[in-house]
Design a protein around this ligand. Structure first.
Ligand code: ASP
Length: 439
């Protein structure tokens, strides 16, 4: 068995966390390839090293003195080295970083040093080989990730080593310039490495015991999802539930490698399995609930709309021309509603309304703001009668008015629109009926 293990910033925030990580890796010799993030927050008031690097580089770029800020970053690493009692000095590395900052080498390079330095420490601590992703994680000249070239180079490179530490978050462009993924991108590196070495499992270690059924800021101690499919995960992540970078799914999904989300602070917990498909019956009818606030709806009415071919296209064209993406389009016989992100829509509101009037000649347009969308997701809904009925009964009993209902044809999710003000109560009501009462 070959496992790729990725550890997030909070798992590597200080020497104590490093020790936990070391124990986890040594407990299973299949954990052969390790992807570290940069040191994260040690407490809620702390700053992530990546953020310190961005701020430090901003000083350098503005021609201001960045020496003391860089010194603070160095101190974070030195505390880890000292705590682990390693015979390692990063003096030379910091000299190079200092001179590159002076040369204004770029903020991608600056941010990437967080994982780079943590990778050096991790490799030294474990006695694993250090493999710099700048050699084999490739971006194109215009900064897009080059999946094919990376897979070829990385699998060749890693075939030469049984155990390696590969820092997360970055790679390089053809001219050697360092390029990072978007924030949280070490998850993507882990997935790319898992694909390249044809791993059996990609373990993603973080500070929660898996993907939760609902947001813990709304539900006290929500249950952990045991197994979730990639499709379900995509639905929930899209609606704001995050444990994993969204782009981390694609490399392993293509290769059929499962992801196991685990907790560094509770390694005995099984965590969540993210898989392509599964026969495992979900514990509850629903797998998860997620949602987002801040939508508005544009409700368009026109008599005899049902027989007017091209009406929908004309309305949506207006949104396209104004560069606004739409979320949902529920329609009736003489009504057509478009849900959009309020923040994207507000500044273009009057232009859009004028455009619809011009292109589609409706009888009236009515706007409603401050709406929230909630996705109730679950592969278990497909074969089950009455899921929608239970959701609506739960909301009705809690005096929550439903603004919109949309069930995808996959029967994997039901999307409900409610007022922003009803958002938390709606999620609680749905959680209670499916999970607490297990109906
Ligand atoms: N350190 C980077 C960030 O804070 C990447 C990561 O942790 O995945 O976004």
């Amino acid at each position: 068995m070959k496992k790729v293990v990725k550890f997030g910033g909070s798992s590597l925030a200080d020497a104590k966390q490093f020790e936990k990580v070391g124990k986890i890796i040594r407990a299973d010799e299949d954990r052969k390839y390790v992807i570290p993030s940069a040191p994260g927050k040690r407490n809620s008031k702390d700053t992530k090293v990546t953020d310190m690097l961005y701020s430090c580089y901003a000083l350098a770029q503005a021609g201001k003195d960045f020496t003391s800020m860089l010194g603070k970053i160095k101190q974070r690493y030195e505390e880890i080295i000292k705590g682990l009692k390693l015979d390692l000095s990063l003096d030379k590395e910091f000299e190079v970083i200092h001179s590159n900052f002076e040369k204004k080498i770029g903020d991608n390079y600056a941010a990437s040093r967080g994982e780079y330095l943590n990778g050096i420490i991790m490799a030294n601590y474990l006695g694993y080989e250090f493999v710099d992703p700048a050699e084999s994680i490739c971006f194109t000249e215009d900064g897009n990730f080059d999946a094919d070239k990376t897979d070829e180079l990385l699998s060749k490179r890693l075939a030469k080593t049984e155990n390696a530490v590969i820092p997360g978050f970055y790679g390089a462009m053809p001219d050697g310039k360092i390029k990072t993924f978007s924030r949280g991108g070490s998850d993507i590196t882990g997935s790319i490495v898992a694909k390249a070495i044809k791993a059996d499992v990609y373990e993603n270690w973080t500070d929660v015991s898996g993907f939760l059924v609902a947001d813990p800021r709304i539900i006290d101690n929500p249950e952990v999802i045991q197994t979730i499919t990639y499709k379900e995960l995509r639905e929930l992540s899209y609606m704001g539930a995050t444990v994993l970078h969204e782009d981390a799914i694609f490399p392993v999904r293509k290769a059929g490698i499962p992801i196991n989300i685990r907790n560094t602070n509770a390694p005995e917990d099984d965590g969540t399995w993210i898989v392509e498909s599964t026969c495992h019956k979900p514990k509850y009818t629903i797998t998860g609930i997620a949602g987002k606030k801040g939508f508005c709806s544009i409700n368009i009415e026109k008599a005899m709309m049902n027989s007017e071919i091209g009406f929908g296209r004309r309305v949506l064209e207006v949104f396209e021309k104004n560069d606004i993406s739409f979320e949902h389009v529920p329609s009736g016989i003489d009504t057509f509603t478009v849900f959009v992100h309020q923040s994207e829509f507000e500044s273009k509101e009057q232009k859009v309304l004028a455009g619809i009037h011009k292109l589609a000649e409706p009888d009236s347009i009515d706007l409603e703001a401050d709406l929230a969308l909630i996705a109730v997701v679950g592969r278990g809904m497909k074969a089950n009668r009455g899921t929608a009925a239970r959701i609506f009964a739960a909301l009705a009993h809690n005096n929550i008015n439903i603004k919109m209902i949309d069930q995808g044809s996959s029967e994997l999710n039901i999307i409900i629109g409610v007022k922003n003000a009803d958002f938390d109560a709606a999620i609680k009501a749905i959680y209670d009926i499916f999970v607490t009462a297990n109906l």
